[in-house]
Design a protein around this ligand. Structure first.
Ligand SMILES: [Mg+2]
Length: 377
């Protein structure tokens, strides 16, 4: 079995107050770029941030408004070299991490005769990233796609959210749910793949529950003066969302969070997409959760299994790395921008994730159909 309940206390939270201002771990993922790329990023932020925040539908409007505005047209001309640099950077990155849709046939041809197991992150993968984390709903179409995938392949949702919350979003039974970054796993009683007498709960950080509740209360108090800050109790971790906090206040907010953490050396802070995560210093992450789930499914030492993990955030890198180290399966990073990653492929956004899932189902059905046809010949 996977080593469980390994507690590795760390002397202090992983990010110190002094390091806050310049720490790459506190800057947006991807890390800032230097020179022209950095300028390009700043330019993009200045002119395109409404598009990024509101989704693709706004793109046409903003571009159309720019085109019809002489000021914007001039600005666009002045910015052309920086944007061109960024485009080249993106092209080079896409060569390294090609689109899982573009390489679909090639990917699938390597899985014939093997068992695919699907691992899906939730926020930013199945649902869009939105200002209010409580409103990160997945579409009915995405839910239908995940349901179809789960008909053909063992499927797990691996999220930083607490397990009950992510289940409330996904609303599909028969799946495996790993909440709190894998620190709260439920293996259902009976599925196509496992037949257990009762559902199995695996919670390697259960001893931290009282501490997490205490810290949650303290953080609510400390952050209440920050407009837009949202503290979420995810059972075995606490998230401090700062997506709606003005950038000028980020440093002060981090200082307040760290001032709480000073009292809790057994907790550490990490950063996701516009969120600070406070969690126990146990050696457990989404990568360990992936291994645990594979083991629960009976695939621990199986050579003919292809785990596919799709995620968009730093915390998903632990799972990508496990797959890379095992030399088995592959990670797919969901991102529109170049990022350092251990994934093998990329998809740009949840809409492409859905397309990939639907193609996977279609591919599986066509394989089954071919097998049936052969059997009757
Ligand atoms: Mg995510």
């Amino acid at each position: 079995m996977t080593n469980q309940n390994v507690v590795v206390p760390e002397a202090m939270p992983t990010i110190t107050v002094a390091a806050v201002a310049n720490s790459p771990s506190l800057l947006p993922y991807p890390p800032p770029r230097s020179g022209g790329a950095s300028a390009a990023a700043a330019i993009r932020k200045k002119y395109l941030s409404p598009v990024e925040l509101n989704g693709g539908w706004a793109n046409g409007w903003v571009e159309s408004m720019k085109a019809s505005s002489p000021t914007h047209a001039k600005a666009a001309a002045a910015l052309a070299p920086a944007l061109e640099y960024e485009q080249k950077e993106l092209s080079a990155w896409t060569m390294r991490y090609p689109s899982a849709l573009g390489k679909f046939e090639q990917i699938m041809s390597s899985t014939v005769g093997k068992q695919i197991v699907m691992f899906l992150d939730y926020d930013g993968t199945l649902s869009p990233i939105v200002d209010d984390p409580d409103s990160a709903f997945m579409t009915d179409a995405m839910r239908a796609a995940v349901k179809e995938v789960a008909r053909y392949f063992p499927t797990a949702i691996v999220s930083g959210r607490c397990r009950s919350k992510v289940f409330d979003f996904v609303k599909l039974s028969g799946l495996y749910y790993a909440g709190s970054h894998g620190m709260d796993i439920k293996v259902p009683k009976k599925t196509k793949y496992t037949k257990k007498k009762r559902a199995v709960l695996f919670q390697p950080a259960s001893e931290f529950l009282p501490m997490i509740n205490e810290v949650h209360k303290a953080l609510l108090e400390k952050t209440k003066s920050f407009e837009g800050a949202k503290v979420e109790n995810n059972k075995f971790c606490v998230s401090v969302h700062f997506r709606c906090v003005v950038e000028e206040s980020w440093k002060e907010l981090v200082d307040e969070v760290l001032s709480v953490l000073k009292e809790y050396p057994k907790l550490r802070m990490t950063q996701g997409r516009k969120v600070l995560e406070i969690r126990p210093t146990i050696k457990w992450d989404k990568g360990k959760a992936l291994e645990f789930l594979l083991e629960s499914l009976g695939f621990a030492n199986c050579k003919d299994v292809v785990p596919v993990y799709i995620g968009d955030d730093r915390t998903d890198e632990d799972a990508f790395k496990v797959l890379r180290d095992r030399g088995q399966g592959f990670g797919i990073l969901v991102s529109k921008f170049p990022k350092e990653t251990n994934a093998a492929y990329s998809l740009r956004e949840p809409a492409e994730v859905m397309e990939f899932l639907l193609r996977l189902v279609e591919w599986k059905r066509s394989l089954s159909l071919k097998a049936c046809t052969r059997a009757f010949l």
